[in-house]
Write a protein that binds this ligand. Sequence first.
Ligand code: GLU
Length: 325
Amino acid sequence: MRSTTTRRAGRYFVACLLMCWGSASWAGAPIVIGTGDASGVYLTVGQAICRLYQQSTGSDCEPLSTGGSLYNANGVRTRDFDFGIVQSDIQYAALQGTAEFYDSGPSPELRALFSLHAEAFTVVATSPGIRRFDDLMGKRVNVGNPGSGHRATLDALLKVKGETESVFTLASELKPEDMTRVMCSGKLDAFFYVVGHPSRAIDNATRRCGAHLVEVSGPDVARLIAETPYYSVTVIPGGTYANTPDDTTTFGVRATLMTRADVSEESVYQLVKSVFEHLDGFRRSHPSLARLTPRGMIDNGLTAPLHPGARRYYEEAGLLPPDTH
Ligand code: GLU
């Protein structure tokens, strides 16, 4: 015969199971998303995602300002935070343990939620003589802060050309929020930025110090695109910025949202649901998000496996067929 204490413990267990499960399934959990520098698009996008998550679940969400993609992939990998906005080339390198992640090795626990806006490898120069990427050799450039995705993408391009950052007479490591001011003061000839357009930093540089966009194309770029699953030809339309009336051809990536396999299925499900069910508002939060589609967000730029919480939402919403494995 069961004692009263055992019966009470049993009732408590059942009550707790209902309450705890109930609250976890609707409230989600507090989350942190690694984003980027104050002058980039990642921070705005992270703020928009957090707003939607907070409105839908009532739980806290912090869009953390960081050094960029490399910092975010590392932060997620090493469990400093659970979510990060990461360029698709960095996502691939972190998962596979290549390029900047060669020493740390593969991180097979990384998972994708969805992709975001297109980002172009953008070169902004002041001197009218700099028209193409190869004109930058021997010039003073900002290669980007350590932790930034643009620094890693620049290094990938230099590598395919058989070059290193030593081809520049100066390779400064300023953050995006400082590079325009320093270039406009005459101390730099150009900077690199992998960013969604229109970008405030580039708008400032072109309007305030007469800078223009530089073409990044040719056989080396074509080889880089052909050899990788994450780069594609990208065109920044003429007239987007001052002093650049014609289209600028370059290459680009997708921004993506990443997490790890051990992060709760419920939080990921709630996060994905809060964005996809309010996609119109989300698209309006930055012009570079304006053309996002649910299909494109699942199909483009993701090289890591989908997190089960994301997959659950996509199956429920009819965006993916049920996983029969
Ligand atoms: N793509 C840049 C990076 O990964 C960040 C761009 C942004 O903040 O919008 O570092």
